[in-house]
Design a protein around this ligand. Structure first.
Ligand code: 5AD
Ligand code: SF4
Length: 480
């Protein structure tokens, strides 16, 4: 497959553009007869890296593939189409993908008819596409986050015309509704409420790879949630890079608080939302969370740093004092709420004192869980241009220190749960012990207990007997 058709390549400068208009397109996907004939008896395998937005994209891509007749492969080695759905948020995510692309060469050597594709945030960067085309000649198809709706046409070009195809746009043109999807779970679901991000935190690549912030119409979201409720789903998670600013771009008075209130009224047992930006977290959102029993009392509220100077350099738009005030308001209005966070250590030129401000923030908030990262420069972002005098060794040491500080606040929050009974949504058979089941409490604590796989997808009562930092051990409580 020597010929390569490059329809479009991304451009970081263009991706900064927030002024373009976008529409709502209501799709009716009908694959061509040629593609259906080609797909007959063929299988696909998708490997997704990164965040929930990518996992939701995987479900849509799988939906498109199954519409043509492709079936999910039971193993990557049997698949006729292999797609890596990539993440660009940190360098190690990209390294993992490169490692995997390398491994895929053997599949192509074994069977030259296998089609290998790349999509997701990583390929929204031109230098990555150029590197892939030069180094990994076995990749057949590259498409971006803004043209998933065109994926079947691109696949058809590769499959039938036997050309390589690259089509990655920098700007979104529309919100594409009604794309088919195959959900990975039949009891918990992700529902996109908004795409993209306009915050442009100085370290972050997402506003470039996912584009301008654009909200789905409230009626389309509510329709999707109602359908999930009718199918018996137990949990929905409303997804956006920054859910709190949902609706602003619709300019018709729609807000996240209103949406959340309406979603809660549909009465799915568990409603969650991800991710919140402290800057947009209004008190009416807090009131709606407090009002509804089925909105989980768990808020992921990335702080990133506890130092005012670093927060300013990061472009986070709040001070440590404002963040603490927000946490206090949330804790006052929502008793028993669990707060989790994201933290970056080793931002360019972060001093040890500034790092200690982050540790102080951890001690103040007493997070119930946290995701911690070492700063990773991302090509094209403002922070990547900053001269950095912090060594990798110092960064690693701070990272270890931060993890210890977090464990000191997370462990007591788990210990407090011992002896009490909690609702647990059962998700899987435990990996370590097949007689144990695993699930999550309302505040997102992982619980293992002896049980039967028939409980998967059910909300059961579990008494906690033992606590570890990152998980709890309990026993099923007989409700009869
Ligand atoms: N380096 C390290 N961590 C990052 N994040 C985003 N960009 C970077 C980066 N360049 C982290 C932030 C964000 C989470 C999803 O990833 O903490 O909240
Ligand atoms: Fe990235 Fe900041 Fe947007 Fe989150 S809010 S996606 S960290 S730019």
């Amino acid at each position: 497959m020597a010929k390569c058709d490059i329809h479009s390549l991304p451009n970081m400068e263009e991706a900064r553009n927030r002024t373009t208009k976008f529409d709502f397109e209501y799709e009716n996907v009908i694959p061509s007869d040629d593609l259906k004939k080609y797909a007959l008896g063929k299988t696909y395998f998708i490997r997704t890296y990164g965040c929930q937005a990518n996992y939701r994209d995987e479900e849509i891509i799988a939906g498109l593939l199954e519409k043509t007749g492709y079936k999910k492969a039971d193993d990557i080695s049997n698949a006729d189409f292999i797609l890596l759905n990539t993440c660009a948020v940190r360098e190690n995510a990209e390294q993992k993908v490169y490692g995997m692309i390398g491994e895929l060469k053997a599949f192509k050597t074994k069977n030259k008819n296998v089609i290998i594709g790349l999509c997701g945030c990583m390929v929204q960067q031109k230098h990555i596409i150029e590197h892939v085309l030069k180094t990994y000649r076995h990749v057949d198809l590259i498409f971006g986050t803004h043209n998933i709706h065109q994926f079947l046409n691109l696949l058809e070009e590769v499959a039938i015309k036997k050309t390589k195809v690259v089509d990655v746009k920098s700007l979104p043109d529309a919100i594409h509704e009604n794309l088919p999807s195959v959900r990975s779970s039949n009891f918990k679901a992700f529902v996109n409420i908004a795409y993209g991000c306009d915050k442009f935190c100085t370290y972050c690549i997402v506003p470039y790879t996912r584009g301008k912030e654009r909200s789905r119409k409230m009626e389309d979201i509510l329709k999707e949630v109602r359908e999930l409720k009718n199918f018996g789903y137990k949990e929905v998670t409303l997804l956006g890079e920054n859910v709190n600013s949902y609706g602003k771009d619709l300019k018709d008075g729609t807000t996240f608080a209103k949406l959340l209130d309406e979603v809660a009224k549909i009465n799915i047992p568990r409603v969650r939302f991800l991710t919140s930006h402290p800057w947009d977290f209004t008190s009416d959102i807090i009131d709606v969370i407090a009002k509804h029993d089925n909105i989980m009392k768990y808020i992921h509220l990335p702080v990133q740093s506890g130092s005012d100077e670093i927060l300013h350099l990061m472009g986070r738009r709040y001070t440590s004092k404002q963040y603490k005030e927000l946490v206090d308001l949330i804790r006052n209005k929502i008793p028993g709420v669990a707060i989790s966070t994201d933290i970056i250590v080793g931002f360019p030129n972060e001093t040890y004192e500034q790092f200690l401000d982050t540790v102080k923030m951890v001690e103040y908030v007493k997070y119930e869980s946290a995701f911690t990262f070492i700063y990773s420069p991302r090509n094209g972002t403002p922070a990547a241009k900053m001269v950095d005098n912090v060594t990798n060794k110092e960064k690693s040491q701070r990272f270890q220190e931060l993890v210890k500080a977090l464990e000191k606040t997370i462990s007591p929050s788990s210990e407090k749960m011992v002896g009490n009974v909690y609702d647990v949504l059962v998700e899987t058979v435990s990996e370590k012990d097949k007689t144990m089941m695993s699930g999550y409490t309302e505040t997102n604590k992982l619980v293992h207990f002896k049980g039967d796989p028939s409980l998967i997808g059910e909300i059961v009562k579990v008494k906690i007997n033992e606590s570890h930092t990152y998980s709890l051990i309990g026993e099923l409580v007989d409700e009869r």
